[in-house]
Design a protein around this ligand. Structure first.
Ligand code: NAP
Ligand code: MG
Length: 487
């Protein structure tokens, strides 16, 4: 394994601080979790899952086909009709609480596996992904028996079987975002994790099995895009909840058109991070780095477009470059690592394509002089200075540690530029003035807007987008609604 080293001026470097993985148990092979049991896929097919930081095979994952999906959906329907729908809400809540506690108990193991399989730094998986996943279960457990209070005057009713499809950037957390509110509202679940990051979802299946949750209430089927499509198209699925790319979101929307399936789509993003002249510059630099570089830019709400007011542009860019010079790219299991591995070879190729494109389009590329490991999929943090609104690197989602930089003079100009893209998931504003924050929260077309901070999440707070970033909200009270019929 390549050692992390960073020059701190003079001869100072960080010594490697790798997280121990001895306590982690990864099976050689994982089957499908259907009706409370791990079962072999009908066709007996498996595919390899690797560590993107070492390229070693970690395990083999079952590939579910239409027949397996059918078995899972029928198990979910049966569990809904015979057990889950009839169970008093207070009892349902107890199971959800139990799952939350078990995630906490196994948090270290889950964090290490998340970093091994997904490539994200252990600091992120340990301090963000896993605690937030547990918190989502805790939060929604609390709502299970209080739905009438959540929607006064209405009669909240569950929908039935929900099909849930999630991406690779927050594997466990996205599973929690999906499963917890579905269970709290009395639905049963068939979930498909992304093909590159199935391991923590399968660990969650083990936790669910141990928790004693009635068989069939949650089913986890692994596979590729076709497995996802089989869930979406199954006639017994009452609702589809999808997080992923806008392209696949559009396919799903077409597939459910004309059926009475409910659907929510959480799709891509291209967030503006806006720094005004009166902003605390050092704090903003840290927020920019957190917004796009930590987690390799594998965040749908990543602050991937920086807008700086002209008067502070020079100072801010100088400080940002200095800060980038200290970022450590390398082993995801090292506690000092800031930027881990890109999730897959395909994703790295996509990012590389945009790096080439940005230079061809005329933007000026800056990368720090850090080294990157020779094995695995890694990318240096990258700035594109003098980017302009028409550049594809500004308009399109790159999903990597790549930040475009544009300057602006007036608030009207920056609002216009920030809004002038197909996405509308999130944004950030850095200023000393509350009035500017209010102005921007009114005028930016983004579902989430952070002020003087970035990428902060809480289960009580709704999350979701406008325009091609999708529709429907997850988290908070709003996150219950897509799983209920409110009559
Ligand atoms: P993706 O290719 O759209 O895949 C998402 C999930 O859908 C995966 O499980 C995928 O399976 C599955 N899938 C692929 N084709 C399908 C089909 N035809 N029908 C049903 N399911 C299908 O997205 P990704 O590349 O994994 O993730 C990155 C994208 O997710 C980015 O665009 C990002 O912005 C977005 N994202 C959005 C949010 C949000 O909350 N708005 C959060 C996280 C990520 P395979 O893995 O086998 O391809
Ligand atoms: Mg995909």
């Amino acid at each position: 394994m390549q050692e992390n080293k960073v020059e701190l001026g003079g001869d100072w470097t960080y010594a490697p601080a790798p997280e121990d993985k001895k306590h982690v148990k990864i099976e050689k092979r994982y089957d499908l979790f259907i009706n409370g049991k791990f079962v072999k896929p009908a066709k007996g097919k498996y595919f390899d899952t690797i560590s993107p930081s070492t390229e070693e095979v970690l395990s083999q994952i079952a590939e579910a086909d239409e027949k397996d999906v059918d078995t899972a959906v029928k198990a979910a329907r049966n569990a809904y009709d015979k057990v889950w729908k009839k169970m008093p809400a207070k009892e349902r809540g107890k199971y959800i609480f139990r799952i939350a506690r078990m995630i906490q108990e196994r948090s270290r193991e889950l964090a290490v596996i998340e970093s091994m399989n997904g490539g994200k730094p252990i600091r992120e998986s340990r301090d963000i992904d896993v605690p937030l996943a547990a918190n989502h279960f805790f939060y929604y457990a609390g709502w299970a028996d209080k739905l009438e209070y959540a929607f006064p005057g209405k009669k909240p009713q569950s929908l039935g079987v929900v099909g849930q499809i999630i991406p690779w950037n927050f594997p466990l957390l996205m599973a929690a975002w999906k499963i917890a509110p579905a269970l709290a509202t009395g639905n049963t679940v068939v979930l498909k994790p992304a093909e590159t990051t199935s391991l923590t979802a399968l660990k969650l299946a083990e936790i669910i099995q141990e928790s004693g949750l009635p068989d069939g209430v949650v089913n986890i089927v692994t596979g590729h895009g076709k497995t996802g499509a089989a869930i979406v198209n199954h006639p017994l699925v009452n609702k589809v909840a999808f997080t992923g790319s806008t392209d696949v979101g559009k396919i799903i929307q077409k597939a459910v058109a004309g059926t009475n399936k409910k659907v929510t789509l959480e799709l891509g993003g291209k967030a503006a991070n806006i720094v005004f002249e009166d902003a605390p510059i050092d704090q903003a630099v840290e927020g920019i780095v957190n917004g796009i570089f930590f987690n390799q830019g594998h965040v749908c709400c990543a602050g991937s477009r920086l807008f700086v007011q002209e008067g502070v542009a020079e100072e801010l860019i100088r400080k940002l470059k200095d800060r980038m010079q200290t970022l450590i790219v390398g082993d995801p299991l090292d506690k000092n690592t800031d930027i881990g591995a890109i999730n897959s070879k395909e994703q790295l190729q996509k990012i590389d394509h945009y790096l080439k494109l940005g230079s061809e389009e005329g933007a000026e590329m800056y990368q720090p002089s850090c080294s990157i490991p020779s094995k695995g999929f890694f990318c240096k943090p990258t700035l594109f200075l003098h980017a302009s609104q028409s550049h594809r690197i500004v308009q399109e989602e790159i999903f990597g540690p790549v930040l475009t930089v544009q300057t602006f003079r007036t608030i009207e100009e920056v609002v216009e530029k920030a809004n002038n893209i197909p996405y509308g998931l999130s944004a950030g504003v850095w200023t000393d003035k509350g009035s500017k924050i209010f102005n921007l929260t009114q005028n930016l077309r983004a579902g989430v807007i952070w002020a003087n901070t970035y990428n902060k999440f809480d289960p009580t707070s709704p999350f979701g987008g406008y325009k091609e970033s999708g529709f429907g909200r997850e988290g908070g009270l709003h996150g219950l609604m897509p799983y209920l019929e409110l009559t």
